[in-house]
Each structure stands twice: as C-alpha cells, then as structure tokens.
Ligand binder design. Sequence first.
Ligand SMILES: Cc1cc2nc3c(=O)[nH]c(=O)nc-3n(C[C@H](O)[C@H](O)[C@H](O)COP(=O)(O)OP(=O)(O)OC[C@H]3O[C@@H](n4cnc5c(N)ncnc54)[C@H](O)[C@@H]3O)c2cc1C
Length: 424
Amino acid sequence: METLNSDAKHGRYDVVIIGGGAGGISVAASLLKRRSSLDIAIIEPSETHYYQPGWTLVGAGIIDVERTQRAMEDVMPKKVTWYRQKARSVAPRRGWVILASGMRLHYRCLVVAVGMVMNWKGVEGLEETLGDHGVTSNYRPGLAAYTCSLITSMNQGRALFTQPTSTIKCAGAPQKAMYMACSNWLSRGVSSGIDVHFHSGQSVLYGVCEFVPALEGYIQHYDINNHLSDALVAVDGPCQRAWFRTQTSTGDREYDVPFDMLHVVPPHSPPWLIQDSGLADAHGWLDVMPETLQHRFFDTIFGIGDICNTDNAKTAAAVRHQAPVVAENVLSRLKERPLSAFYHGYGACPLMVEHGRAMLAEFDYNRKPVPAFPAWLVNGKRASRRAWYIKVHVLPWLYWNGMLKGHEWLVQPEGEPLLRHDMP
Ligand SMILES: Cc1cc2nc3c(=O)[nH]c(=O)nc-3n(C[C@H](O)[C@H](O)[C@H](O)COP(=O)(O)OP(=O)(O)OC[C@H]3O[C@@H](n4cnc5c(N)ncnc54)[C@H](O)[C@@H]3O)c2cc1C
C-alpha cells in the first residue's frame, strides 16, 4: 500500500470509497487511471474479493469456487489506502465517514459502493437448514458446490427453484440455476422422473419482454411448472416442506409443498448504513440521479453498483459501465466543473439456458436491448454457443484483468467525450 502523505495521515482524502467489491475497486482503478496523484481510501472489511457472477458456474459444475475468489489484497489498487473494517456511518453535511473503530475519515468526494444485503432471515427457517436436507443457494459462495452435488445426484423427485419479490442481484440468476439443473437431468436421461417448479415473487418471467419468448420456450422444453407472483415464505428443512404465499384475485393464499431439492434466492435489502446516514430514498436505497450517479441532495457523494436506487439490472456488467461515468463525474466535482459523463442504464445478464448455450440479455433504463455485438455475431434473443463462451471465458477474464484494473474495454460512456484529468 502507498505511504501516506500528510493529509492522508490525518484521515483526509480526495476520495473515500465505501466497499471494495466490484464497484469500489473498479471506480478506484478508473479514478487512478485518470489521475494517479489522487489520495484514495477504500473501506472494506472482507479479506476476500468475490466474482459473484461465477457462482452460477460453480452451481452448474463448470468451474471450482476457488476461481471466483481472490485475496482482497491482490485486487486492491496499489495506490489506495485500505481500511480493513466496516464503515459505521456517514456524516454528509460534515464530509466525513466514521469507521467501526470510531476513526473518522474526511473526504472531498465520497463513493458509496456497499452492494446489497442478502436477507436469509427473510424466509422463516431458511438459515437453519441451508446446506442440508436438499436446501441450497448459489447466492452463497460456500453453497454453490452443494447445488452442483444435489443436481448431479438427483434422479427423481421434486425440485423447487425460487425468486423473491424484492429486487435482487442478477435477476436472471434464479432461472440460470434451474435451466442448468434441467439441462443436466435431460442429458442424464432422468428428467422425466423429476418434477420441476419455478416459484417467483415477480409478476413476469423476465423484466425485458424481448427475451421472454425464448425463455418461455425453455420452460416448455424442460416441462417446468411456472408459478408467478408466488414467493417462498418459510422452509422446514428436516421435513423437506416449503411454504409459499401467492397472490390471487381474491387475496393472498398460503400453501405448502414437499420437495427433494430447493434452490433459494433470498430477499435482498439495502445495508442500514445508508438509511442511518440520511442518504436513502423511501425504500432504503442510495438516492442518486440516474444518469450522473451523483447523490440527489449531497453533491460530493456518488454511488455505484447494486446499492443505487437506479432502475438498471443489478449486475457487474452495469458496474463496468458505471465506473468510468462515476470516475469522470467525481473528478469534475473535485474541480468544481459541471458533470460531463452519463450512464444510460446498461445492464447485462448472460442467461445460461442449457449446457453450452446462453442468451446475452443486454438492456438499458428503457428496457430496450442495447447489444454490444452485432446480431450476426451474438443475437441476445436466441441461445448461442458464442454467448456461452462469453459468459464462461470472456467475462471472468474481463472482470479480473479489465474492469478491476481500470481498463474500460467494451464500454462506450454516453454523453460528452471523456476528459483528461491529469492536469493540476
Ligand atoms: C449468484 C449471482 C449471480 C450473478 N450473476 C451475474 C452475472 O451473470 N452477470 C453480472 O454482470 N452480474 C451478476 N451478478 C451480480 C454482480 O455480482 C453484482 O451486481 C456486483 O457484484 C455488484 O457490485 P457492488 O460493488 O455493488 O457490490 P459487491 O460486489 O457485492 O460489493 C459490495 C462490497 O461492499 C462491502 N461492504 C458492505 N457494507 C460495508 C460497510 N458498511 N463498510 C465497508 N464495506 C462494506 C462488502 O464487503 C462488499 O465487498 C450475480 C450475483 C450473484 C450473487
């Protein structure tokens, strides 16, 4: 780590970043690419950095979990000061962050990159039984291998896959887990003995209508029973029963079903830090302007990634597009110039629908497809081997070697051309 200059020694930084996940590390790297002399602090308690999109690949038995994680020290840009603890609160009017230790860090600009909290307690009985009795989740890195072992050992019975009512990271991931399981059962010739159900708290199969017909085709292909507006509320692991609440025209109804395998995606929520610090919207998410990612009320504060209340797909792909925008706008704010870079809501989800094929769903705030590749190369509305190759080989490489290092490949920031900020 860098030797501290005298301001940094006193806990004063040009930029403080809360969170060293996909957003925090990417924006730090993008800032330093533009202006290497910046004093940046990152507050991050975890010693491990996760490539979360890889957990679906682990659940499908395509890679080992080790390939989805690296020591935080190895991804932390060398020029930043890393505080290995949690941020406890932000005082936006005073321009400082209080750490768990009680230490105070002063910032000229703050970037909030704390991600989402997975609320395992939001489903009664779930936490007690996770990892046992056939109950699993690719949303926990330590459990993705259990998903794989359940899939490969299952020859008959009932398999349930769930999605909550809340916003979640990568809204396609609950279906990816299911399609990869079905693909395995079909290829092993056991699918006719397995009764598969998708229970989603959402009212539609997928939020962008262009991609729905192909997904519905896979629902039919695998003979999946699709239950929409139907959320998991409780689990009894030892008895292998799950309770659901479904919305009907006459009101809510609860019912329970037995299972042999249950893949759960828990409700997600924003960390309390945002609400406690007065930075939240009415639902607890960081209240930012959708295009500049600047806080709606505090102009020295910016957001990146899953914590923002923007209506994009909560994905690492979105972060890849947001990082240069936030870096540009932070530097403009430090120089008290108008903000010049704009994010138009790009998010992407490579939907793995069968072993060897995926659909590359890419879309913006208007829920309109914004493909990065011409249709003759990769048509996002159809499953293809190229999209699978991109998901399994290209995107992980791009993550570790591109976005975490400030290389803004495959990113076309919209709005005015990017400025150089290496002048004083
Ligand atoms: C199963 C799964 C599959 C996915 N699939 C895809 C996919 O195919 N494609 C895709 O693009 N995206 C996918 N994603 C989503 C993607 O991983 C996230 O959108 C991305 O990681 C968001 O980055 P972030 O920086 O906002 O949050 P994170 O990467 O979650 O980082 C948040 C960081 O903040 C830290 N933090 C939290 N609170 C504090 C605090 N108080 N003080 C200091 N630090 C704090 C945490 O320790 C963490 O390191 C998937 C996610 C999951 C779980």
